[in-house]
Design a binder for this molecule. Structure first.
Ligand code: UGA
Length: 446
């Protein structure tokens, strides 16, 4: 068990709340500050502002140890201050650090002893150096600086925080690194103590590597389609090699979310700003863009022109277990389909895209969404969609075509249930499977 410390958190977003909640769970006293009055009011009323497994329970269980405020001065007596604000991409692809700088402007001046400022937000390598210089310039030499990147994945962030693969701590001064390490007392995990720039790079490199695996398996999937192999089997066989491992080898319609797209651009930009062209990362990003659009070509292969065709998009969130729509492949898909003149009918158990998906109609149930549809596309791997190949769905659809963008269904079972099936990187049903369909005008290629 860690010795209880006072922890201040800047930002009541997803990272800030999970961080605050989990440190409270570890026995620390936490105060979370945000600039949005509505959010603070909601949190005080016991409402978590987004869908994240276990978060409401952990917040509730620790309500005596966690407070919320709009006033940064209330963080003045915190021993450690975590910066958990957003770092969105700017037009140039660089990370926008304005939220980080405004948190620094609001930094309370603690009366007593040393305070440690900890960067959880994902920032370009070199940010720590700049912040250190800014702190020194303001005479805040009693404030230490540590980079302690987060490796949380949405949907199981609380579990990831409390059961991490590793804790990375980059510090300028040993005592500051030790103070941050002590906060994690009670968690079993290797701790890597390193310099600030390397800690910053570890975060960007880890995400880039995960994205590389996804784009790699997606390209293997595209080759599988051309040569008649099944990428699910291929990934299984490849992943059994202990040097490669089974993770992040699920082929699909491309990665999305608040992290990967933003972080890949930030790393690419960081490299090119330093005079290095990161060829591999550029290819990873391009493959991902093409992968989202390939779905449209596949639909055209089966349905011919999409003008006037009804397409059901099932699942809208960028992955299952979250209501997050940021950079979700469904957004690109919906826009492309609407541009082709298709009618887009959408369903998701929790995500509500609102204006992000203007022109698409949202339905409350899968059955309503597939009513009269010429194709149903599985966009997000929600468990609710595992039973999609049912008689009810078959009867509701105008044409029984399932395009499984996540390889969620069993192709043979789906065909046996009377559907034409097209997955990602798996042998697909020939277009003749839909007798009423005209000879395709477009072949899938990219
Ligand atoms: C990701 C990382 O997994 C976290 O370690 C990291 O901390 C986080 O970004 C971040 O930088 O904050 P997250 O974006 O929540 O977490 O989601 P992932 O589970 O990694 O999935 C990202 C995208 O990749 C999703 O669209 C998912 O569908 C896709 N994906 C993932 C695949 O297409 N195939 C796979 O095999 C795995």
């Amino acid at each position: 068990m860690a010795q209880s410390r006072k922890i201040g958190v800047f930002g009541a977003g997803w990272v800030g709340l999970v961080t605050g909640a989990c440190f409270a769970e570890l026995g620390h006293e936490v105060i979370v500050r945000d600039v949005m009055p509505d959010r603070i009011d909601a949190l005080r009323a016991g409402q978590a502002p987004f869908h994240e497994a276990d978060l409401p329970e952990v917040l509730e269980r620790n309500r005596d140890r966690i407070r919320y405020t709009l006033d940064a001065d209330e963080l003045a007596d915190a021993d450690v201050l975590f910066i958990c604000v957003q770092t969105p991409p700017t037009y140039s692809g660089d990370a926008d650090l304005s939220f980080v700088w405004s948190a620094l402007d609001d930094l309370p001046r603690g009366e007593s002893g040393r305070q440690v400022l900890v960067m959880k937000s994902t920032v370009p390598v070199g940010t720590g150096e700049k912040v250190r210089a800014a702190l020194d310039g303001r005479g805040l030499t009693n404030v230490g600086y540590v980079s302690n990147p987060e490796f949380l994945a949405e949907g199981h962030a609380v579990h990831d925080f409390l059961n991490p693969d590793r804790i990375v701590i980059g510090a300028f001064a040993d005592e500051d690194g030790a103070a941050v390490e002590a906060l994690y007392g009670g968690i079993e995990a290797p701790v890597l103590r390193t310099d600030v720039a390397s800690a910053e790079m570890i975060k960007l490199a880890a995400n880039a590597f995960l994205m590389t695996r996804i784009s790699f398996i997606n390209e293997i999937a595209n080759v599988c389609e051309a040569v008649g192999a099944d990428v699910v089997e291929v990934a299984k066989g490849v992943g059994l090699d202990h040097r490669l491992g089974p993770h992040f080898l699920r082929a699909g319609i491309g990665y999305g979310g608040s992290c990967f797209p933003k972080d890949s651009l930030a790393l690419k930009q960081l490299a090119s700003n330093s005079g290095y062209h990161f060829h591999l990362l550029s290819a990873v990003i391009e493959v991902n863009e093409l992968q989202k659009r390939r779905v449209v070509q596949k639909l055209q292969k089966h349905l011919g022109k999409l003008r006037g065709k009804k397409i059901a998009l099932l699942g809208l969130a960028f992955k299952a277990g979250t209501d997050d729509m940021r950079e979700a492949p469904s957004l690109v898909l919906a826009s492309r389909l609407l541009a082709e003149g298709a009618e887009v009918r959408a369903w998701d158990p929790v995500a509500r895209p609102g204006d992000l998906m203007k022109g698409a109609v949202l339905y409350d149930s899968v059955l309503e969404a597939v009513e009269g549809a010429d194709a149903a596309v599985i966009v997000t791997e929600w468990d609710e969609l595992r039973g999609l190949a049912s008689k009810d769905v078959r009867d509701a659809m105008a044409r029984p075509l399932i395009l499984d963008g996540r390889n969620l269904l069993d192709p043979a079972e789906t065909r046996a249930a009377g559907f034409a099936y097209e997955g990602i990187g798996r042998p697909s049903s020939p277009f003749e499977a839909l007798p009423e369909t005209a000879e395709p005008e477009t072949r899938v290629q990219n």
